[in-house]
Design a protein around this ligand. Structure first.
Ligand SMILES: [Zn+2]
Length: 319
């Protein structure tokens, strides 16, 4: 054990400390008065509880027992909340063996009779291996942020759906994409679930349409910083700006109104195949990305609640 330095603080240090305390007290007070309350409230604690529960299933690779358990948890959760639960199933060849893997996109519908709809999506599979882990690239990948955060976020949002007054009376679908990352080698195909979903949307006869889509990926980093993403600005500029405006209005400074990364994610098939203007809300500055340390310890319910506050405001103020 190491002993801390216990020498007496100097008078200058004390003055400095008092000044710092004063600054933090005033900024807190200002923060409270300028930050509008948003109702209903997205619970940080509950969302973090869901995240831990999903992570206890360990690997949730497409076609795995962990994935089957997860589907049960999600179905039960949303059926209890009186939403309509639908599985969109298809087979995809396993990238190594070519054998068919059963894939399931899960579609949770609120106000299913409504013809103009908003799509809120995440992926719920985890990648086979933590390939960027320096010591255990073939270790167990838990995917707390990269996988479970999107699921936990939509589960908690589900709890407040009946209290929301959605703008324009839009219907809402939560979609959980399978097969985002059934990837062993860099050339293996990504986004199997969202590609299938987008193709179905494009080719099947249907009597509804999606006005906008929002994808949530890696939104639980303890140190949350969400920049605008290049493909989202390219395909859905108005939507993307409206979300960052909602963040500004609700005082959520973790949404930074600058473009930083260009990311290939499930929003690409939605934009390019289905032509649904879709924005990816993703915090790509995550130091333990694709490692064995993507575990709940590096995640926070408070971060998910920040995103929740913005989205709850946005859903009630859609331009
Ligand atoms: Zn990933």
């Amino acid at each position: 054990m190491k002993r801390m330095n216990t020498s007496k603080p100097s008078r200058q240090m004390i003055r400095c400390l008092i000044l710092m305390m004063l600054i933090s007290v005033t900024s807190l007070a200002c923060g409270n008065t300028s930050e509008p309350k948003v109702t209903p409230v997205f619970s940080a604690e509950r969302s973090y509880g869901y995240l831990k529960k999903i992570c206890r299933l360990r690997s949730r690779m497409s076609g795995s027992p962990g994935m089957a358990e997860q589907q049960k948890i999600i179905s039960e959760h949303f059926r209890k909340l009186k939403a309509k639960v639908h599985f969109q199933s298809f087979d995809a060849p396993h990238p190594l063996t070519g054998n068919p893997v059963r894939m399931n996109n899960m579609i949770i519908s609120w106000y299913p009779e409504t013809k103009k709809r908003i799509l809120l999506a995440c992926h719920y599979d985890t990648r086979p291996y933590p390939d960027l882990d320096r010591t255990q690239p073939r270790g167990l990948f838990i995917g707390a942020n990269d996988g479970a955060s999107g699921v936990a976020f939509l589960m908690e949002l589900g709890n407040v759906m009946h209290e929301l007054k959605i703008s324009h009376g839009y219907g809402i679908d939560f979609v959980f994409f399978d097969g985002e990352e059934l990837v062993y080698r860099e050339n293996d195909p990504y986004f199997l679930g969202s590609k299938y979903f987008a193709n179905q949307y494009k080719t099947q006869t249907r009597d509804f349409e999606y006005v906008y889509g929002i994808l949530f990926d890696m939104i639980a980093d303890k140190n949350l910083m969400i920049y605008m993403e290049k493909n989202s600005i390219k395909y859905a500029p108005e939507l993307t700006r409206s979300i960052w405006q909602a963040a500004q209005k609700t005082g959520v400074r973790q949404f930074i109104p600058k473009v930083k990364f260009e990311i290939r994610d499930d929003h690409l098939p939605l934009n390019e195949i289905a032509h649904i203007p879709t924005c990816d809300i993703i915090d790509f500055d995550y130091p333990v990305w694709h490692t064995t340390r993507d575990i709940p310890r590096y995640c926070s319910g408070t971060s998910m609640a920040k995103v929740g506050k913005v989205i709850i405001y946005w859903l009630q103020n859609i331009p």
